[in-house]
Design a protein. Structure first.
Ligand SMILES: Nc1ncnc2c1ncn2[C@@H]1O[C@H](COP(=O)(O)OP(=O)(O)O)[C@@H](O)[C@H]1O
Ligand SMILES: [Mg+2]
Length: 380
């Protein structure tokens, strides 16, 4: 009899991370080799205007929203699938080579801890359709389990930040400047202190909305428009009176709070501030919230590393640096990860944790009762 046993070596595992955040700009994707965390491909697909507008409307209650949410989810996932196919083509891999996709979906409501004490967080998504369109297992609904365990369900990226960016000898802060800004405080590992992380407040969301209204662009490219204005201190003071900024962590927020109407309510008392000065003041608001939280929660911070699209706003980066004297202010590029890849890589990492049945949340960050395995798997 011949020996039919064959020696097999396990095929190298790959994971895809897909992130579309509160900026509602589009989806960032990465394809990662699990063994060493190398990115084999990256892709970005902007949302068509129609989808962006639908997603914006779905941030608040409206007529027949279940129906419109479901159709928007299908439309979103068609773009996710296109992103996946682009990643596979770039990396020269096939669906069979990818263990799972971590698909964040699009947050349309975020109300953890409210109402019945548990509340909810909703990411519009169609993971079954994504599995169907790609032939790859999909990990979705990544925030809900943390919320079910009494947590904020956000931010979830700090666990990945800790794995990638923490230092033995110095306390660092990683800050994502997306639609909302969030910080991860990584105490020097030698201190043995827990990691903290929370949403500071607005990132680009208000800046983008104001730029769209007054210069007709989806964002203020490089922050060049804001660079020509002046901060209105009285308006800044009024914006900073928002109670969210004084809440102690764990805390998280979204467009539920920081939306155009929030800004308009404040602006009603400042009719004379010019559009460009409002934009400059909004830059100061984002910078002030972030810097204040760093100084309060990480007074020994030596290095501040930003990621997300807001890093391209030079005026914002300079405004942050000006408020953090003595701290090295840079992007995560300085630590080896391009700023636009961080969030998508974090969701690839979270998908890997889910598949391996390992927890993905940090209870010290979210306030959950304990570590939890995050996400639901939709098999290929
Ligand atoms: N060249 C640029 N100049 C200024 N801001 C930019 C630039 N490119 C991107 N951004 C900002 O980054 C945002 C997208 O960042 P992203 O990290 O994808 O956020 P999110 O995770 O919320 O989707 C855009 O909406 C815009 O505000
Ligand atoms: Mg984005």
């Amino acid at each position: 009899m011949t020996d039919t046993r064959t020696t097999t070596t396990a095929a190298p595992a790959h994971f895809i991370g897909l992130m579309s955040g509160t900026s509602l700009d589009g989806v960032d994707g990465v394809l990662v080799a699990s063994a060493d965390g190398r990115v084999l491909a990256e892709a970005y697909l902007p949302f068509p205007n129609e989808l962006r507008e639908t997603l914006m409307v779905l941030q608040a209650p409206s007529e027949n929203e279940l129906h419109r949410e479901a159709l928007a989810a299908n439309a979103l996932v068609r773009i996710y699938a296109e992103c996946v196919h682009k990643l596979l083509a770039t990396a020269g891999l096939s669906a069979a080579d990818v263990t799972a996709i971590g698909a964040h979906g699009q947050t349309i409501r975020h109300r953890p801890g409210e109402f019945d004490g548990i509340g909810y967080t909703r990411q519009l998504n169609a993971p079954a359709l994504l599995a169907e369109l790609t032939g790859i297992d999909v990990v979705a609904d990544i925030r809900s389990r943390d919320v079910a365990a009494g947590g904020q369900g956000a931010p979830l990226v700090p666990a990945y930040h800790q794995a990638m960016f923490s230092s033995d000898g110095e306390t660092r802060v990683v800050c994502n400047l997306g639609g909302i800004s969030n910080v991860t405080i990584l105490p020097a590992a030698s201190l043995g202190q827990p990691v903290y992380g929370f949403d500071c407040g607005p990132g680009n969301a208000l800046l983008d909305g104001w730029a769209a209204r007054h210069i007709g662009q989806s964002y203020d490219d490089g922050g060049t428009w804001a660079a020509t204005g002046r901060v209105d201190d009285a308006l800044l003071g009024a914006l900073l009176s928002e109670p969210y900024f004084r809440q102690t962590p764990p805390k998280s927020t979204g467009r539920d709070l920081f939306h155009a109407a929030w800004l308009d309510t404040h602006l009603a008392s400042f009719p004379k501030v010019s559009p460009v000065d409002v934009q400059t003041t909004l830059v100061a608001l984002t910078a002030q919230c972030v810097a204040h939280d760093v100084l309060r929660y990480a007074p020994d911070c030596k290095g501040f590393y930003a990621c997300g699209g807001g890093t391209r706003n030079q005026t914002l980066m300079q405004a942050i640096a000006a408020r953090l004297p003595g701290v090295t202010v840079a992007t995560t590029e300085a630590l080896g990860v391009p700023p636009h890849q961080v969030e998508a890589r974090a969701f690839a990492w979270l998908a890997e944790r889910c598949v391996a049945r390992q927890p993905g949340n940090l209870p010290s960050v979210t306030g959950a009762k304990g570590p939890r395995i995050l996400g639901a798997i939709y098999p290929r």
